[in-house]
Design a protein around this ligand. Structure first.
Ligand code: NOJ
Length: 783
């Protein structure tokens, strides 16, 4: 136990004052850490403990009434803590609390002066501890720094990308993932994650589609809330949890043309019905921070969007946390053309409601003059500081300023067997079986010769994705590792074939020839194709969603051998694989599957587990078909009409290659007995929906029952279908289960363009099925 933790344990009611007292007495407790002799350390610890007792008695409880570890302070207590601290702060110290810098920019001197409220992207636990020690022991008011990191799908144990996880249709598992990520990240010194990313993405060219839950707002809201629960654990004061941050507020995923950072322009009804619900769900689940979007929405960049920040977030949703800008986004108001100077940018951002400035340091630079000139009032500044301090108190940071000690102690909490197991299960449940013609899968364990082909088969880096926390590629179990473990006695022929991209024609030709030769010798060829991690994520938009480089040529050549071929896709964007969808017998979408991808893939390929994931996004036939999403409006001339004058392309079938919610299993299911508890419901009522699902095959398997509705006539045109419920179940061969959903009238309403939420009477279609197409159908009435 370090002196640090002794101190914290002995003085739950006032580390702040203890540190002050220690400093008054000229005893610098950090000195303890430098003492190596165990007797001196013991004596020193006793002195510290005595000081701790003295401090608790000496300072009246009313000054800082902190909570016992892990207990959330009550509202009134929080307010008085915040106000009391605020009253003691200088203007510079207040501005400091609104400043988030990179560790490399936050000098010890700045920290001592109270100029740094938060630090981002520092992955070194010892460095975090060092900087935090400076803040709590050497700054005048000892206010701890809030350390933030992009913990998007794991910290050290990397889980599948969020897009993949959404395809599990399993919010509980998503919650567990976030809790594990929080445990690992907090052991490394982080207390804040810039996640969940809850942007709806209807354009798969957008690189950041990988970070979110896909195209659907209902699934997106469920996954957003699950992540918030997992990160925060219902109690921010728990030092093993992280503050969640719903981002990027809002409509970042609607970037025109799928090009990152691009403009979004949309109606109020679209914004409120599709893009905002996951944010609302995250706030309702307790997310105490929100990050603004880089892009402009209807001409207004995220950091200065008063409608979003003040009207919707604060007034309508009663959000009590704080808002942080995205990276340099305050400064970018100048490029957006809505501020003529950095000073004006700061004025706009702070007065709109962006409390904390990420990275560009402009609040620090410009706020003093803005205050002096009266362009920002002290009341505005105080309000923003209050919000930040409030969360710091809620996090218990004053009691537990540092959860990191050093790298070696942090390591004990990383990549535990249980975490690896969870990551493996997550990938198994997220993978989507797209095709399995002739039941090529599952493969037999008696295989003697297998060709493993493709540039990603032995990659440790790419499965971790663009955002990979502090994950280490050395920890990745590759596809090849997984297959070797599964088939210890088989002959495994490994050929890269081609690179993901960048091969010359000659290199590709030679590589493909070697791959074909390997396939010819094998009983089955397993091809691992897709994208590199850097082909998606931030700044990772693509105009084509084809397999990059010469990979399609490789695939065609191997298929031509006539050997059974299994295509494993590893990618961040959905890929346009129309040729493969017709010619490759088995296709398994693994996405970027994380640290345990190889073990999960092997279990799936050999039928140890059944693939039960579904697509969280529509997969287009070709990129020029985009946008293609399932919950579109019908139009006056639906594309399904058999006439030239309908809403379709002349040269392409209507609809995507693979629809939202689609995914196969090794077994088969039958849906039957759709029933409603009543044929109609009132404006405040609800209906129970039930359907029976039977496993009609010979293996155990998973199915996701999906409930969709459509209002036939309303004052605004309504989507052809909208997801309103889902449940993933496991059934043994021959087993049946009844799934039940409660459909509330409030779920049937929609926002109109005057920002009015309307629940309109009328007839609704209702489907329960295994994807966004087909399914059992009935109707009901909303009175
Ligand atoms: C920019 C990204 O847009 C945002 O998502 C991320 O959290 C920050 N950088 C910090 O890394």
């Amino acid at each position: 136990m370090t002196a640090y933790s002794v101190v914290i344990k002995m003085t739950p009611s006032g580390l702040l004052y203890l540190v002050e007292a220690v400093n008054y007495l000229g005893v610098d407790w950090r000195f303890y850490l430098m003492v190596t002799n165990k007797w001196f350390r013991g004596i020193y610890a006793v002195i510290l403990v005595l000081i701790a007792f003295a401090t608790v008695l000496w300072f009246p409880k009313s000054r800082v009434e902190a909570s016992p570890p892990g207990v959330l302070p009550a509202e009134a207590q929080l307010d008085s803590q915040v106000n009391e601290l605020l009253a003691r702060m200088t203007t510079e110290e207040k501005i400091g609390q609104l400043t988030q810098l990179a560790a490399s920019d936050a000098t010890p001197e700045m920290i001592r002066k109270g100029e740094v409220g938060s630090i981002l992207s520092d992955a070194d636990p010892a460095d975090i501890a060092r900087l935090q020690h400076i803040a709590v022991s050497e700054s005048r008011l000892h206010i701890p720094i809030l350390f933030g990191f992009d913990v998007i799908h794991g910290y050290r144990t990397i889980f599948p990308i969020p897009l993949a996880m959404a395809g599990s249709f399993d919010p509980k598992m998503e919650e567990q993932e976030a809790a594990i990520a929080a445990a690992e990240a907090s052991a490394g010194g982080q207390r804040w994650t810039f996640a969940p990313m809850v942007d709806i993405a209807r354009d798969p060219r957008w690189g950041r589609i990988t970070e979110g839950a896909g195209e659907d707002q209902f699934l997106g809201a469920a996954m957003a809330a699950a992540q918030v629960r997992g990160f925060q654990g219902g109690n921010l004061a728990d030092p093993h949890r992280l503050l969640a941050c719903a981002k990027h507020y809002a409509a970042y995923g609607a970037a025109e043309g799928g090009r990152d950072y691009n403009t979004a322009d949309m109606s109020v009804q679209l914004l409120r019905n599709v893009y905002l619900p996951p944010f609302h769900a995250a706030v309702e689940a307790g997310a105490e921070s929100v990050m603004t979007a880089f892009n402009d929405l209807n001409g207004v960049p995220g950091v200065e969007d008063r409608f979003l920040l003040q009207q919707v977030l604060r007034k309508e949703w009663d959000f009590k946390g704080f808002v942080v800008s995205d990276y340099d986004a305050v400064n970018e108001l100048i490029s957006h053309g809505v501020a003529g100077s950095q000073k004006q940018a700061v004025q706009e951002a702070l007065s709109a409601g962006t409390d904390m400035d990420m990275h560009d340091g402009l609040y620090l630079k410009e706020l003093p003059a803005l205050l002096a000139e009266g362009r920002i009032s002290m009341a505005q500044l105080n309000e923003a500081v209050r919000r930040v301090l409030r969360v710091k108190f809620e996090l218990g940071l004053f009691d537990h300023p540092c959860t990191a000690a050093d790298a070696s102690s942090a390591k004990a909490h990383w990549l535990t067997p249980a975490y690896r197991e969870a990551a493996r299960a997550a990938e198994e449940r997220s993978a989507v079986l797209l095709r399995n013609s002739g039941n090529v899968l599952p493969l037999s364990e008696t295989l003697r010769t297998v060709a493993v082909i493709g540039p990603l088969a032995d990659s440790r880096t790419e499965p971790l994705s663009h955002w990979h926390g502090d994950g280490n590629p050395q920890d990745t179990v590759t596809i090849l590792d997984g297959l070797r473990r599964q088939l210890p006695n088989a002959r495994i022929l490994v050929e890269k074939g081609v690179a993901v991209e960048g091969d010359t024609e000659a290199e590709a030709k030679a590589g493909i020839a070697r791959a074909v030769a390997a396939a010819r010798q094998a009983q089955v060829a397993i091809l691992t194709l897709g994208e590199t991690a850097e082909m998606s994520g931030e700044g990772g938009s693509r105009s084509s969603l084809n397999l990059p480089g010469h990979q399609k040529q490789l695939l065609k050549a191997v298929v031509k051998t006539g050997k059974p071929v299994v295509l494993l896709l590893m990618n961040g964007h959905p890929l346009t694989i129309s040729w493969a969808a017709e010619h490759v017998p088995a296709i398994l979408e693994l996405w970027e599957g994380g640290t345990e991808v190889g073990n999960a893939a092997a279990n799936l390929l050999f039928g140890k587990v059944d693939p039960g994931g579904k697509l969280p996004v529509s997969v287009p036939r070709i990129a020029s078909q985009i946008p293609v999403y399932y919950d579109h409006l019908n139009t006056g001339r639906p594309g399904t009409m058999k006439t030239r004058f309908s809403s379709r392309y002349l040269d392409l079938p209507v609809g995507p290659l693979y629809r939202f919610g689609y995914g196969l299993s090794y077994t088969t299911f039958r849906f039957s007995s759709l029933a409603l508890s009543a044929p109609a419901m009132g404006r405040n009522g609800s209906i129970e929906v039930s359907a029976t699902i039977t496993n009609t095959g010979h293996r155990a398997g998973d199915e996701v029952a999906q409930l969709y509705i459509r209002q036939r006539v309303a004052t605004l045109s309504q989507p052809v279908r909208e997801l309103k419920g889902f449940e993933r179940i496991t059934l043994q061969p021959g087993q049946s289960r009844v799934v039940r959903f409660t459909l509330k009238a409030s779920q049937l309403g929609f926002w109109n363009n005057s920002s009015v939420f309307r629940i309109e009477p009328g007839t609704f279609d209702l489907w329960v099925g295994d994807s966004s197409a087909g399914g059992l159908h009935t109707t009901f009435l909303l009175k």
